[in-house]
Design a protein around this ligand. Structure first.
Ligand SMILES: Cc1ncc(COP(=O)(O)O)c(C=O)c1O
Length: 358
């Protein structure tokens, strides 16, 4: 809600977006196709042609292994309601994206946070999983690349998580909405759905592609059970997707490489500016430089996050996200570096800090 009244966003989790015209310009002949889009219901799991395009992003998933949703958010809600019930147990990578735990908690699911270790770059330790296991455990939620820290597990850690899930028959719900926005492409991990038969990969055009306004997300999985249950549940949500959005999404997916190059270039340049700023302001802040995505999680050395963010917003119109909003104490703020105007907005934060010090 605050995002609508703040004048300068410095916590956005998505990269710079673009207009419909800019997207269509990637395929000039596509304008006529947009005019011809039929405005009836689309196929419930998503337009087959779109699902065929999405399959090019994975190694072991064909067009039948997807359910397209209205954003990643709908898919999270649907997974929780389709695959879990009150009294089940869910292990969730934290700090994290609120829906990863709040939807399940609201259903009466017992949630155990699996805490990332700040002192070691927000890393996960798979050896901690055994102690969290209960007889009712049904699933693990992993977010990789991670919101809000930009952490990407090493391949060994990733394999150990998959093996733990396999050994214990758990679903592994892997939020991969930032996959593709690794700052060094060599750190990119496989999609969980490609390597694990009970893995469910969550994708979206909102983050990596920078097209949140398309409201287009999906799950990809080898599990017929998940596909059947989530298809049935979608009947109670949006039924089918927006036909114009599916049309535009096909174009976006076909041009994944170009969109990734564009967004990664902005992110890399901004990240250098932000890293230098935080080093210069080391008396106030510390962080672990993110390895992927558009956001980082910064520790405040002075004061508390909620008060700091409220005062900053009131005096400058700049919005940062305090960690209280994601249930992780009151000492961190989420900062976004995906937008082209990030250096300007950061300048306002810099001026505010000077004023505070004066
Ligand atoms: C990690 C993560 N998952 C899912 C979502 C939801 O994405 P969408 O806008 O596609 O619903 C977000 C949005 O901020 C996110 O950061």
């Amino acid at each position: 809600m605050l995002e609508r009244i703040a004048r300068h966003l410095l916590c956005s989790s998505d990269p710079e977006s673009m207009s419909v015209g800019e997207l269509l310009a990637l395929e000039p002949q596509s304008i006529q196709g947009l005019n011809d889009v039929w405005l009836g219901y689309t196929e419930y799991p998503g337009d087959p042609a779109l699902r065929r395009e999405l399959a090019t992003l994975y190694r072991n998933i064909d067009a039948d292994g997807f359910i397209v949703h209205t954003g990643a958010q709908e898919a999270i809600f649907s997974f929780m309601h389709s695959m879990l019930a009150s009294g089940d147990h869910l292990i969730v990578h934290m700090p994290g994206y609120q829906s990863h735990y709040a939807v399940a908690q609201a259903m009466g699911v017992d949630v155990t946070p699996w805490l990332a270790r700040e002192e070691s770059g927000w890393s996960l330790d798979p050896d901690e999983l055994d102690a969290m296991l209960t007889p009712h455990a049904r699933a693990i939620v992993l977010c990789s690349p991670h919101n809000p820290t930009g952490y990407v597990p090493t391949r060994d850690v990733f394999d150990a998580i998959v093996e733990f899930a396999r050994r214990n028959g758990l679903w592994l719900f892997s939020d991969e909405v930032y996959r593709g926005l690794e700052h060094d492409p060599a750190t990119r991990l496989p999609a969980v759905c490609d390597v694990y038969e009970r893995g469910v990969s969550l994708g979206a055009l909102s983050k990596t592609h920078g097209l949140a306004g398309l409201r287009l997300g999906w799950i990809a999985t080898q599990s017929k059970n998940v596909l059947a249950r989530m298809s049935a549940f979608k009947d109670y949500l949006t039924i089918s997707n927006s036909a114009p959005s599916e049309y535009l999404s096909k174009i976006a997916v076909r041009h994944t490489d170009a969109l990734l190059d564009r967004n990664t270039a902005i992110v890399r340049a901004n990240l250098d500016v932000l890293d230098a700023f935080l080093a210069r302001r080391a008396d106030r802040f510390e962080w672990h430089r993110p390895r992927a995505g558009t956001i980082g999680f910064v520790r405040l050395k002075l004061g508390n996050a909620e008060r700091f963010c409220a005062d900053l917003l009131e005096r400058t119109g700049v919005l940062l996200l305090p960690s209280t909003l994601i249930d992780h104490g009151d000492a961190h703020v989420r900062i976004g570096f995906g937008k082209r105007n990030m250096p300007d907005v950061l300048g306002r934060l810099d001026a505010y800090l000077d004023e505070c010090a004066a």
